[in-house]
Design a protein around this ligand. Structure first.
Ligand SMILES: Cc1ncc(COP(=O)(O)O)c(C=O)c1O
Length: 356
């Protein structure tokens, strides 16, 4: 009943916008977490012309290989044991290296494996990467290993590129330069917000995720403001229509009360599908292409919608859009007090994915 339509032409369009925005960089398409909920393999097939696919974990890369995807693949978290390292060698993955343990795993790797390595600097996010003072020792340690392809490539991640007014990004870029200037190898710094907000962070490679899915990384903007098209549209249908008199309440806890004679639509979608339960009454839904406000709490399988002001005649079976075409996911995320990433990644297994 609930479906997520994935618009592959929008994906390709968004990749072309990324290329226009970063004309001197190659593009690592970030498709981890089931391509942000859009479907790992379908997205990889649609974005076949990307220069590389970036995933977080070895299993995600192996799923791509199992599906016959032959493109270059980078593991953003690298590997954590010898078994994963062997699997990565067999599958030809590139690796981010961010700990001494990972260097030791590579040291123990038997010939003839050879990896393209991205050595990660922690330039201030304090998540993954070697600190500035540890970086050159890590670089030297990797330099001596036969299984490491030379030159070693250089990588960091920006913590706050979506807040261009903060000094953080300039500080991170300065630290990256200070530590890596003069070293050979390709460089990669910018996620979506970084490549749009800080063109100077567009080095050899950019690493967009969100932009490819048609979503703006900046609060207050939507994908269309960057020339992007939404890729995922979450759809359902009206399954019941009823008329309420003044004073009647809707849903669990009766949190919404009819203040006027009300035409109420019940649609088949709820938190069991990944539609966020914390959406408040008033959050917009599209019914028959018209905006109408949510009325009452989101249940597991259903929502109520105040359809009184709709121009169209309402009946069961009418189409409902929760986000996507005509209703930006950025707007729903704001209502849900979260970020678009979480909504997109969070659609549940029950949702049928429809690749168009
Ligand atoms: C290391 C790394 N690079 C790039 C990205 C892509 O980020 P975005 O979707 O904001 O473009 C991510 C995603 O979280 C990431 O972890």
């Amino acid at each position: 009943m609930v479906s997520a339509t994935i618009d592959t032409s929008a994906l390709r369009h968004n990749l072309s916008i990324v290329r226009q925005r970063a004309p001197r960089s190659r593009v690592m398409a970030v498709i981890k977490a089931n391509a942000y909920g859009h479907g790992l393999v379908a997205v990889a097939q649609a974005l076949d012309s990307a220069d590389l696919f970036a995933v977080a974990r070895v299993d995600e890369g192996l799923a791509l290989r199992d599906a016959g995807i032959a493109n270059d693949i980078l593991l953003l978290e690298g590997v954590f044991d010898a078994e994963q390292l062997s699997a990565a060698a067999a599958a030809g993955f590139e690796l981010v290296v961010h700990t001494g343990e990972q260097i030791e795993l590579l040291r123990a790797m038997p010939a003839p494996a050879r990896f393209k390595i991205w050595l990660k600097l922690d330039s201030g996010m304090n998540r993954l990467g070697f600190k500035a003072g540890e970086f050159s020792a890590a670089h030297a340690a990797l330099h001596g290993l036969t299984c490491v392809q030379q030159p070693i490539n250089l990588f960091t991640h920006l913590a706050s590129a979506d807040s261009p007014d903060l000094p953080t990004t300039a500080e991170q870029l300065a630290k990256f330069s200070a530590v890596t200037d003069g070293l050979p190898g390709e460089r990669s710094i910018a996620n979506s917000a970084g490549m749009v907000g800080f063109p100077e962070a567009q080095v050899d490679w950019v690493r967009p995720g969100l932009l490819l899915y048609g979503v703006s990384p900046f609060a207050g903007l939507i994908g269309a403001d960057h020339g992007l098209r939404p890729v995922m549209t979450l759809r359902s249908h009206v399954i019941a229509v009823k008329d309420l008199v003044v004073g009647e309440q809707v849903g669990y806890g009766g949190t919404w009360t009819a203040g006027r004679p009300t035409r109420l639509a019940i649609a088949a979608v709820g938190y069991g599908d990944g539609y966020p339960r914390n959406l408040a009454s008033g959050a917009p839904v599209l019914v028959n292409g018209e905006r109408a406000p949510l009325a009452g709490r989101v249940s597991m399988d259903m929502i109520g919608i105040d359809a009184t002001d709709l121009q169209s005649v309402l009946k069961p079976g009418d189409p409902v859009i929760l986000w996507g075409e005509g209703l930006p996911v950025e707007e729903i995320a704001e209502w849900a007090e979260t970020i678009p990433y979480e909504l997109l990644c969070g659609i549940s297994q029950r949702v049928a994915v429809d690749i168009v």
